[in-house]
Design a protein around this ligand. Structure first.
Ligand code: FRU
Length: 504
């Protein structure tokens, strides 16, 4: 049974994935080989390469029984497809191989831990998903599911923990050689909690503690946790469902949460000190991190959100992108993000403007494109001059554009893709309250054909959105009500024709 479903997926993706032309995909952001993609899974460094798996349904461009797709890269930007790694083909995962993570075992094998979903008919006639944690071991291409699966099930839950919401294990090895794992779960209060498990060898696991409890504060169920130490603090990332808005920090629906604090190792508890959103844009969910060989903590996320999936229509050949990998840092109780430094090697054709004055609508020679790294530094307002509004429009032609606008009086940055060509009544705008230096503003905008990622004030906040505007719309223009003085540095970005399928 096992071989059939996986080989079928591998044959299908080979046949149909290769029919997608390079220009139909972003240049350096990961997309599924074909069909649907959601969360990043198994983000790890193995045998000299980064491996990234993803929640995958190759047969349609909407969610279906989950497989794991697979890509590898040496620099986190040139990604190559590998054959699908997992298919739902066992009694304990016939409902899907849900999210999980990966590490390298001492004997050199690659260990995957994922959530196996089994559909169970309830007395009331409803079908529920029973979720357990399962293992697969492999060599970087082929993976074999562990004979002892599942390794964690309802018997390993604390009292009140739901067996229907028990998912997304993130595993790592500690300095003493033993293993830890954090898993999302729904306790009796109906909201979320993150459970901590330990193992001597990566195969035998036991419950240790409840690492963090939502207690109905921020959304409901907490999905896709990740825990790591960074810059003297402990950081827990998770993606809450069913959020209520809180000021400009959290928005309705599915969002992301970063808790920063201390860790009581003995009790296995996070002592929270700070909390924030991870991304303030429209399309960002389920981030996962890897530690690079040179010690950087790098995060990648699904550059989409369950509440905005309708931006892609079912006829598309692929749906779902990953964010650009981002280097993380904790400074003054905040999570900072910036695009991985490897991106700088892709820069071409710099164009610089220093101390230019923008008033009304302006375009600048040499500033255009859909694969762009654009740095804008808005100078602080001077006495007697000033502006009410500044905006940069991109992916623009006569018909379409996406804009990022700033109102200095109330410190609001707004992304708006209403005119990007979408024909769906989905969420197209989001506002972000800018923190930090209130008078100057630094923006770094990364465009990769079908997305914009905006790093505000050196990564203190990030705004991410996808846009599926036709590629002919490649103009960039600036707009000011009043006078804005700014510096502009623009680079093209180029992977040299690399398209991930081994063709150039
Ligand atoms: C998050 C999520 C996970 C789950 C996966 C299923 O986006 O709901 O909790 O494992 O997607 O595809």
């Amino acid at each position: 049974m096992e071989k059939d479903r996986l080989s079928r997926a591998r044959e299908y993706e080979q046949q149909y994935g290769s029919q997608i032309a390079p220009l139909e995909r972003p240049m350096f952001h990961v997309t599924p080989m074909v069909g649907w993609m959601n969360d990043p899974n198994g983000f790890s460094y193995y045998k000299g390469e980064y491996h990234l798996f993803y929640q995958y349904h190759p047969y349609t461009s909407h969610w279906g029984p989950m497989h794991w797709g697979h890509v590898v890269s040496k620099d986190l930007l040139h990604w190559e497809f590998r054959p699908a790694a997992l298919a739902p083909d066992q009694p304990y995962d016939q409902g899907g191989c849900f999210s999980g993570s990966a590490l390298t075992l001492p004997d050199g094998r690659h260990l995957l831990m994922y959530t196996g979903v089994r559909l169970e008919q309830q007395d009331n006639g409803r079908t529920c998903e029973v979720q357990t944690q399962c293992l697969a071991v492999g060599d970087g291409t082929d993976y074999e599911k562990y004979a002892g699966n599942p390794v964690l099930d309802e018997h390993d839950l604390p009292e009140g923990g739901s067996r229907f919401d028990f998912r997304d294990p993130k595993i790592w090895q500690t300095e003493d050689g033993t293993y830890r794992c954090v898993i999302g779960n729904r306790p009796a209060d109906g909201s979320g909690q993150i459970l901590l498990y330990t193992s001597p060898d990566g195969f035998h696991w036991s419950y240790k503690s409840t690492l963090a409890a939502n207690q109905d504060r921020i959304g409901k169920m907490w999905e896709c946790p990740d825990l790591f130490q960074l810059d003297g603090k402990w950081v827990l990332l998770t993606s809450p469902q069913d959020m209520l808005p809180q000021g400009f920090e959290y928005h309705n629906g599915n969002g992301t949460l970063c808790l920063i604090g201390r860790y009581d190792e003995e009790k296995g508890q996070l002592i929270e000190e700070y909390q924030q959103s991870i991304d303030y844009g429209i399309d960002f969910y389920a981030p996962q991190t890897v530690l690079t060989p040179d010690g950087r903590r790098v995060m990648i996320a699904w550059m989409q959100n369950w509440d905005t999936c309708s931006i892609r229509t079912p006829e598309e050949k692929w749906a779902g992108q990953m964010s650009i990998p981002r280097e993380l840092e904790v400074r003054d109780g905040r999570l900072y993000q910036r695009p991985i430094r490897e991106l700088e090697a892709l820069r071409t054709d710099p164009v610089c403007y220093k101390d230019i004055l923008i008033s009304g609508e302006v375009s600048l020679d040499g500033v255009k494109g859909r694969t762009v790294d654009l740095e804008l530094t808005l100078h602080p307002e001077k006495d007697g001059t000033g502006y009410h509004k500044f905006a940069v429009r991109f992916a623009q032609n006569d018909r379409y554009w996406t804009s990022l606008s700033y109102h200095p009086q109330d410190h609001i940055l707004k992304i708006d893709r209403k005119f990007s060509g979408s024909r769906r009544a989905s969420i197209h705008q989001r506002r972000c309250l800018v923190r930090g230096e209130r008078d100057g503003l630094r923006l770094r905008i990364i465009l990769d054909r079908y997305s914009a990622e905006i790093f505000v004030n050196d990564g203190e906040q990030v705004i991410t959105a996808t846009l599926y505007t036709e590629l002919e719309a490649d103009q960039i223009t600036f707009y000011a009500e009043g006078d804005v003085e700014l510096d502009v540095v623009k680079y093209g970005l180029d992977t040299g024709g690399f398209d991930g399928l081994g063709r150039t």
